[in-house]
Design a protein around this ligand. Sequence first.
Ligand SMILES: O=C(O)CCC(=O)C(=O)O
Length: 238
Amino acid sequence: MRAYAQEQVREWADQVEGRGYAMVHGVLSGDELVFLRGTLDHVYAIYDPERDGLKRVPGYHFSSNLVNKNPFFETMFLRSPVYDIMRLVLGEDCILSSLNSFEPLKDQGNQGLHRDGPPRPPEETIALNSMWSVDGMDRENGATRLIPGSHLHGEPPPADEQGIIYAEAPPGSVVVTNAHILHAASANPSGRRRRVMHGYFTRRGRPQQTEQRVFLSAEVQSRLSPQARRVLAIDQEP
Ligand SMILES: O=C(O)CCC(=O)C(=O)O
């Protein structure tokens, strides 16, 4: 696995706290992207809201509970430098809240700006998201848009979306965001594929969006590493 200099990881963590996002290139290899395209299409096709914990999202390909879907996802969330950034901002013992995948379909996807959770408390960031780009995202296929710095106040989204930028992310890159930032998926007028996985982390002690102990099968739980069990909060309350 690729090693990253501590100073570089620190710089990304500072960006996530300062402007609210960091862009990390080359986290997934070309072979992994080929594998993920096929695997995610299979996962979308067999999605079961009852088993996987969240309703379908009309206008999108969607799956929650990815850790339960393929051994690849049982370690992906521990990968450097994404997990290192999470630990720097959220504490060594931070946990994975959910691992989902989300893709706006042609002419769909124009979400309203929102925060993932409450405004940021003055004392500390509670949660970070990581968006793992499988096909690449740009302005024509529904890139995430966000307002840099908006995690530092609790004001509602501006109607004119002033200050918006598009997180254009080539295949294999990961956009790490402060979960308190105003952001949204954009419309996908081109209909080009835009598969993205969302690895959402939070501080230990906070509830998980997917309570992993409940939603992971006995078979998956039996083969998790001790580190993965800790980060998924399998053996204790989150
Ligand atoms: O995938 C994206 O571009 C953002 C999705 C999002 O913000 C959400 O579903 O809450």
